[in-house]
Structures are given as structure tokens and as C-alpha cells.
Design a binder for this molecule. Structure first.
Ligand code: GDP
Ligand code: GDP
Length: 439
């Protein structure tokens, strides 16, 4: 499982900026004033060999009348509790403040791995200017500049190095083939996840239901369907009670994200009676970024009238348009409607995500595409693709080699993607195309 990093600190020290730097997304708001109310933001990223999940807590909104601990959102504490390591961000330019002391005391008491990060330290030396931060009693002060990207890579090495996480690229094709299909169900509380799981598990032969919990209480339920092995990954917001799953009050976004990372195929379950919410779109965006195969299921279709159905269909177009490659099903978990086709799409998505694409076939499709439409000349460069090979699976990665191919436009990349998708019938999986200029 990917380790979880929580960014903690008072407002305006640069947590959002660091979050953006670590995730390369523009998901978090960067604002130049204190007191802006924000939600937590979640993202995923990679620095060197380290992959991780980042939470920008943004939750230490100070209120002098209430004191920081009361104000400190429950959510922030939950994020810290779920993190493997906390990056406590302070402002190297502002110096140490009373709030920093409060937060520092809190973190010290937790005894969780914590790295003290002095941000905005561009042009500063580790010595005298940062000396005051040692007062926090959290050990070494680590200077970075989130805005300029200085020290960030080393910071991650420092923070995650001791966790000794396995390099995700070490996964081979044989590994993927030999293992059961790992399935995660993602959706908001009340979407119908436990209902659907119980329906599935009621129908299927459970291989070994009572598996001891492994790391971080992860539970997985192996089962078999049509001779194929599956494993249902511990899905956030659910708990097993005897032989059935039930929803729990506490909904952990981090657990959902980890389940997504851990899966081969993710079923995104959306409650039709609620429509497509921001949170649904956010989860879907995360699944896309993670590269997992995906199937979208709109649940409770039995409980909505024609008008609501139209609204949902339109919302899918506008809000989930980026998942066009995924199969879409309208189902009722309670009435057991649409579950057969949903299952067929799950199997299909997994097959697409793990398909083998021989170099000669990839190269033929590439050359046919080029013949149909040559890549545009960009400045002095005329990209000339020569061959392609498969660089990975789940998601499939196609590496295109040739002259100046890094100048291929996004539009042309999408054109190629369409060609490859058609050839290999890649329904239900993201596809990545990498461009490698040969010299
Ligand atoms: P947050 O409230 O902790 O999330 O802080 P923000 O990320 O919103 O940043 C607050 C302000 O500090 C913004 O104006 C940023 O542009 C600025 N800032 C962030 N990182 C750096 C940095 O490394 N150097 C400098 N000089 N300014 C920074
Ligand atoms: P979870 O929080 O995602 O696990 O959701 P649950 O499975 O606990 O379902 C939440 C509520 O929605 C329960 O009252 C279910 O009976 C109801 N529900 C689940 N699936 C359907 C469905 O297909 N149709 C209707 N009408 N209700 C459903």
C-alpha cells in the first residue's frame, strides 16, 4: 500500500503549494491570505522511486477565542492519525509562532514519525536563520522551497526512506497473471456498497471468508466466480459482521484511496437518488489518475423517476466525461437488476487492463495510424514514429519510439490512443502512451 503523508501547519506557511508540488495537480487552492476555509485535499504523487498519497489538511484554522485545539478540525486529527508520516510545515521567513508551538506539542505527543519542514527557505542556509525552530523539540529542521521546488525530492526521500516501500515498478506481467483479480468498490456513504457486496458474496462461493486482518486492518475476501479467482479489497466505510458487510459511520477517504491503489479494478458506485456529486467526481478523478481499470455503476435506478434519470444521465456526461473509456451500468443492488452485465464489464475491464500487446502488432497499428495521418511538424521538428512496445500493464503503457517523438501533440496522442484502443478492445482501462525519442 502506498504510504500516506499528511501536511500539517498553520495557514499560509505554504502547505497547498507543497501539496501541488508533491502531487503535480492543481487540486488544492493556493491563497495568499489566512483564514480561508478549506476542505482537506487528497492527491497522489511520486518522487524518485517513492509513490505516496498526500493529504493537505488545511484544517488548523486558528481562532483566538476558542484556542487552536478546539478549532483544530476533527478531520485534521483523523488525517494525522491515518498518515504514516507527518510533514509539519513552518514558515522560515516568518519565524516561529505560538501556533507553531501548539501544533508542535500536539504532534510530539502523538509520537508519530514527523519531519519538521521550514518552507520558503529559498536563498537561506540551514544554519542560524533556522536555529529557532529547534525549540520545537522535533529534531532536525529541514529547509525547502515549495514554490521553487528546492529540497522537495530530498524531503520525500528523508520522510519515506525509512518506510522502505517496495518499488511499484517491480511488478511483472507474471505477477499480475498469477494473482486473483483484486476488486475495490468506491463510493460515498450510503451509495449501496455493502448491499452490493452482500449480494455478490451471497451468490458466490467464498474461498476463505475469515482471513486475519493484515497491515492496517486491511481485510480482503477471496471468492470465486465462473472459475475465476477474485479478491474483494477492504472497502472503506464497511465492516464485516459475521458473514455480511455493513456500513460504518466513519468514512475514511484515505482507506478508500488505498483500496483504489491496491485494486486491479475499481467499481465506482454512484447513488442515483443523490445525483453525481462533487465527491463522486473527485473519487472518479482519483481512480483515473491511479491508472486502475474502472467500471461505473449507477445504483438505486429503481428508486428514481424519468426526470431524475435524465438529470443523472446528463450529469454523467458533464461531470464524468473523462471516464468515457469505462463501461457504465444502471443497476439496482436491492432488486438485483443489471448485476450480470455489471459483472461482465468488471471481467472485461480486467482483461483489457492486463492484456498483452505484442510489439509487431503495436508497431503495425502505429504505422497504419501514421500513414493515415502523419504527426504535425512542430517548429524545426518533424516527429517520426518508428515502432512501439508495451511498457507495462494495469494500466497498459505503450511506449512509442522514433525521431523527435516527444514533440508529438496531445491531439495526435489522443488519435493514437484511439487507434490502439480499437485494436486491443481496451474498454474499461486507462491507457498511457509514452514517447521516447531514439538518438
Ligand atoms: P497554506 O495556507 O499553508 O496552504 O499556504 P499556501 O500554499 O496557500 O501559501 C501561502 C503563501 O505562501 C502563498 O502566497 C504562496 O505563494 C507562498 N509560498 C508558498 N511556498 C513558498 C516558498 O517556497 N517560498 C515563498 N517565498 N513563498 C511561498
Ligand atoms: P453503503 O454505505 O455504501 O454501504 O450503502 P448501503 O449498502 O448500506 O445502502 C444504503 C441504503 O441504500 C440502504 O438503506 C439500502 O437498502 C439502500 N439501497 C442500496 N441499494 C439500493 C438500490 O439498489 N435501490 C434502493 N432503492 N435502495 C438501495
Amino acid at each position: 500500500m502506498k504510504p500516506v503523508i499528511a501536511l500539517v501547519g498553520r495557514p499560509n506557511v505554504g502547505k497547498s503549494t507543497l501539496f501541488n508540488r508533491l502531487t503535480k495537480t492543481r487540486d488544492a487552492i493556493v491563497a495568499d491570505f489566512a483564514g480561508l476555509t478549506r476542505d482537506r485535499h487528497y492527491g497522489q504523487g511520486r518522487q524518485g522511486k517513492h509513490e505516496y498519497i498526500v493529504i493537505d489538511t488545511g484544517g488548523f484554522e486558528p481562532d483566538a477565542s476558542k484556542g487552536i485545539f478546539k478549532e483544530m478540525a476533527k478531520q485534521t486529527r483523523q488525517a494525522v492519525a491515518e498518515a504514516d508520516v507527518v510533514l509539519f510545515v513552518v514558515d522560515a521567513r516568518d519565524g516561529l509562532s505560538a501556533q507553531d508551538h501548539d501544533i508542535g506539542n500536539y504532534l510530539r505527543r502523538l509520537g508519530k514519525p514527523c519531519v519538521l519542514v521550514a518552507n520558503k527557505a529559498e536563498g537561506m542556509k540551514a544554519g542560524a536563520q533556522l536555529a529557532e525552530f529547534y525549540e520545537l523539540g522535533l529534531g532536525e529542521v529541514y529547509p525547502v522551497s515549495a514554490a521553487h521546488g528546492q529540497g522537495v525530492r530530498e524531503l520525500i526521500e528523508l520522510a519515506l526512506g525509512p518506510l522502505n516501500v517496495q518499488d511499484p515498478e517491480a511488478q511483472t506481467i507474471e505477477d499480475v497473471e498469477a494473482k486473483p483479480v483484486r476488486l475495490a468498490l468506491a463510493g460515498r456513504p450510503n451509495a449501496g456498497k455493502s448491499t452490493l457486496i452482500n449480494t455478490w458474496l451471497g451468490e458466490e462461493r467464498l474461498v476463505a471468508f475469515d482471513m486475519p486482518g493484515t497491515t492496517r486492518d486491511a481485510i480482503s475476501v477471496p471468492f470465486e466466480r465462473n472459475g475465476q479467482q477474485f479478491e474483494l479489497i477492504d472497502t472503506a466505510g464497511l465492516r464485516r459482521k459475521g458473514r455480511v458487510f455493513e456500513s460504518i459511520e466513519k468514512f475514511s477517504v484515505v482507506k478508500t484511496l488505498q483500496a483504489i491503489e491496491d485494486a486491479n479494478v475499481v467499481v465506482i458506485l454512484i447513488d442515483a437518488t443523490e445525483g453525481v456529486t462533487d465527491q463522486d467526481a473527485h473519487i472518479a478523478g482519483y481512480v483515473l489518475e491511479s491508472g486502475r481499470a474502472v467500471v461505473v455503476a449507477i445504483n438505486k435506478w429503481d428508486a428514481v423517476d424519468d426526470y431524475q434519470r435524465q438529470l443523472v444521465e446528463r450529469a454523467i456526461e458533464t461531470r464524468l466525461g473523462f471516464l468515457k473509456f469505462a463501461a457504465l451500468h444502471y443497476i439496482s443492488a436491492v432488486k438485483r437488476q443489471g448485476l450480470g452485465p455489471l459483472w461482465a464489464s468488471i471481467v472485461q475491464a480486467h482483461k483489457a487492463a492486463t492484456c498483452k500487446m505484442p510489439t509487431p502488432v503495436l508497431t503495425r497499428v502505429l504505422m497504419e495510424a501514421v500513414q493515415y495521418q502523419t504527426p504535425k511538424k512542430v517548429g524545426a521538428y518533424r516527429p517520426k514514429p518508428r515502432y512501439a512496445h508495451q511498457g507495462g500493464m494495469n494500466p497498459p503503457v505503450i511506449v512509442v519510439h522514433g525521431n523527435s517523438v516527444e514533440h508529438i501533440t496531445d491531439a495526435y496522442k489522443r488519435f493514437l490512443e484511439g487507434r490502439f484502443r480499437k485494436e486491443f478492445d481496451l474498454v474499461g482501462t486507462p491507457l498511457r502512451i509514452e514517447l521516447k525519442t531514439s538518438h
